[in-house]
Ligand binder design. Structure first.
Ligand code: GRF
Length: 192
């Protein structure tokens, strides 16, 4: 079995990244994590990845004259790692069409809502404000429209009395860590 090479894009904590790294240690997992790229030099996830012996890179968009040049440089880094698949894991930047199209069908994201509900930010607070009884997370393909790509996997959690955005986020995060490695397994196994 040839394992697909994966680059992960992060901006912060990197707990989903860690879940992918852990899954890829399983001998029959069809993907390996080659590198982690952050747009924030202080991202905790960079330290975690380096501790795991994974290549890391940090690129600040503010250092580039344009978003296109920033994203072209991200692509160069990912290509230097020869990645087949890009996983967005808490990467807090909206990506331009050229970058998205470069990785079409090979770039996935984890979003903390049951898409198509609650695209964008502050999903937990918005779900609570609406009084929904169920919330969750989605792994989906990345397409030019924000959080609009086809879902690969979803997981639901109940909304409980007394929930705050933080307690709800923590319950959803447990499920994120289950479905993201599973969705990457599905994608990696399906690619030629
Ligand atoms: C997660 O809730 C993810 O769904 C969202 O950003 C958060 C990132 O957390 N896109 P982490 O960096 O993976 O811990």
């Amino acid at each position: 079995m040839s394992r697909k090479k994966v680059g992960i894009l992060i901006s912060g904590r990197g707990s989903n990244m860690s879940a992918l790294i852990a899954a890829a240690k399983e001998p029959d997992y069809p993907a390996e994590i080659i590198g982690v790229l952050s747009n924030k030099a202080a991202a905790q996830g960079l330290i975690t990845a380096a501790t795991e012996g994974i290549a890391t890179a940090s690129l600040a968009q503010s250092k580039f004259p344009s978003r296109d040049m920033f994203e072209d440089t991200m692509t160069q880094v990912l290509e230097s790692w020869e990645v087949d698949i890009v996983c967005l894991a808490g990467f807090m930047r909206i990506l331009g069409d050229d970058f998205v199209n470069r990785w079409a069908g090979r770039m996935i994201n984890i979003h903390p809502s049951l898409l198509p509900a609650y695209k964008g930010l502050d999903t937990h607070a918005r779900a609570l404000a609406d009084g929904v009884t169920e919330h969750g997370c989605t792994v989906h393909y990345v397409t030019p429209g924000l959080d609009e790509g086809e879902p690969i996997l979803q997981a639901k959690v109940p909304v409980l009395p007394g929930d705050t955005p933080e307690t709800l986020a923590a319950r959803v995060l447990v499920e994120e860590h289950h479905i993201y490695p599973e969705a990457l397994r599905i994608l990696a196994a399906a690619l030629p």
